[in-house]
Design a protein around this ligand. Structure first.
Ligand code: 3HC
Length: 312
C-alpha cells in the first residue's frame, strides 16, 4: 500500500522547489498559507491599480494640451489593464472576481496608501507618473522574478508600460521646471506633497512588517520593504537634482561609505492612519469605486445573460 505522503513532507518538497528557483504554477501543490498570502497581496495590488485610476482620471479633461490628454488617457487605460491582468492572475488561486470586489468595497481589502492623496494641479500628474510609477517599477521589477508563475508573468508585461508612465511624469515636471517661476513653484510644491507618501508605498519598516519573513521565505518578495525603498531613493534623488527639484528631507545626504543616501524618518502615524481608512481621500475613493461598480451592474448582468444563452 502506497505510504501516504504527509503534509509536512509536501511542505518540505514545496520549500525545496522554491529554494531551487522552480516557478510554482496554479495546478501545483502549495501550502494553503502560500495561496492565501498570494491572494491577499495580488488582489490588493490589483485594487491599487484600479483605484489608482481615480486621482489621475480627474485630470484627463483638464490636461494642458491635446498631446498631454492623449498621454494621460493612455496611462489611465494602462492602469485599468494592469488591474484586470492581476485580477485574472489572482483568480488562478481559486478566488473569483466578485469576492475580490466585495472585499475592496467593504474595506476588508486594502489598496495602496498613495492613492488616498488628492491631485491638486497638473504638476501632481507629473509627480504621480515620476514618483508613484517610479516606486511601482522598483517593486514590480522584483516581483517579476517571484515564485508564483502567473504573478511574475503579469509583472513582466506591466513593467514595460510602467516605464512609459514614469518617463511621461518626469517629463511633465522637467517642462515645468524650465517654465515660469509659478510653474517651478507648482512643481516643487507637488514634490513636497508626494515625496513622503511615495516612500510609504513600500510598506512599513522591515521590523514592523508582519508578512515579509514568510513572503521572502517563499520568494514572493525577493527584497525587503526597506531595501526596495532605499533603491527608490538612490535612483530618484539624482533625477530630482537633474531638473532642479529639491527633495523635502533636510537629513538627505549621500553616504560615501555605504554608497546610499542617508535620509530622514517617515511619519508612521500618517502611514497607519491612511492604511486604516483615515487618509485625505479614502472615503472619496471608495464611494467612487462602489458607485462605478453599481453603475456597471447592468453590463455584467447583460454579459452573463448572453453567455448563458449563447455560450453554454
Ligand atoms: N498601502 C496600503 N497598505 C499597505 C501599504 C501601502 N503602501 N504597505 C503595507 N500595507 C499593508 C499590508 O497590506 C499589510 O496589511 P494586510 O496584512 O492587511 O494586507 C500591512 O500593511 C503590513 O505590511 P507588510 O509589509 O507586512 O505587507 P506586505 O508584505 O504585503 O508588503 C507591499 C506590502 C510592499 C505593498 C506588498 O504587499 C507588495 O509589494 N505588494 C505588491 C505591489 C503593490 O501592491 N503595489 C501597490 C502599488 S500599485 C501601483 O503603484 C500601480 C502603478 O501603476 C501606479
Amino acid at each position: 500500500m502506497e505510504a501516504t505522503i504527509t503534509e509536512a513532507q509536501l511542505e518540505k518538497e514545496f520549500q525545496q522547489k522554491i529554494d531551487s528557483g522552480i516557478v510554482i504554477e496554479p495546478k501545483d501543490w502549495m501550502p494553503e498559507r502560500y495561496r492565501k498570502q498570494l491572494i491577499r497581496m495580488m488582489s490588493q495590488h490589483a485594487h491599487s491599480e484600479v483605484v489608482g485610476m481615480l486621482p489621475e482620471g480627474n485630470w484627463i479633461t483638464r490636461a494642458p494640451s491635446l498631446d498631454r490628454k492623449a498621454i494621460l488617457l493612455a496611462k489611465v487605460q494602462d492602469e485599468a489593464g494592469h488591474g484586470l491582468y492581476i485580477y485574472s492572475a489572482t483568480e488562478t488561486l481559486g478566488i473569483d472576481r466578485a469576492e475580490m470586489m466585495e472585499q475592496l468595497h467593504t474595506g476588508k481589502a486594502k489598496y495602496s496608501s498613495i492613492f488616498n492623496y488628492p491631485t491638486q494641479n497638473w504638476a501632481d500628474i507629473g509627480a504621480i507618473g515620476w514618483l508613484v510609477d517610479g516606486a511601482a517599477i522598483i517593486n514590480q521589477t522584483a516581483l517579476a522574478k517571484c515564485s508564483y508563475g502567473p504573478y511574475s508573468r503579469a509583472m513582466i508585461r506591466i513593467c514595460k508600460e510602467e516605464n512609459f508612465h514614469n518617463k511621461q511624469g518626469y517629463q511633465i515636471l522637467a517642462y515645468l521646471m524650465r517654465g515660469t517661476k509659478e510653474q517651478q513653484e507648482m512643481a516643487q510644491d507637488a514634490m513636497n506633497r508626494w515625496w513622503w507618501p511615495s516612500l510609504m508605498m513600500f510598506g512599513p519598516s522591515d521590523a514592523n512588517s508582519p508578512n515579509s519573513a514568510e513572503l521572502m521565505r517563499w520568494k514572493v518578495k525577493l527584497h525587503s520593504n526597506d531595501d526596495l525603498r532605499q533603491r527608490f531613493i538612490d535612483r530618484t534623488v539624482p533625477q530630482a537634482e537633474a531638473i532642479g527639484l529639491t527633495i523635502p528631507d533636510d537629513k538627505l545626504r549621500w553616504n560615501p561609505d555605504t554608497r546610499h543616501y542617508d535620509w530622514g524618518e517617515i511619519n508612521w502615524d500618517e502611514f497607519y492612519a491612511v492604511i486604516s481608512g483615515n487618509g485625505p481621500c479614502n472615503h472619496e475613493r471608495m464611494s467612487a469605486r462602489v458607485g462605478a461598480h453599481e453603475k456597471g451592474r447592468w453590463v455584467r448582468e447583460a454579459a452573463a445573460a448572453y453567455a448563458q444563452k449563447h455560450l453554454n
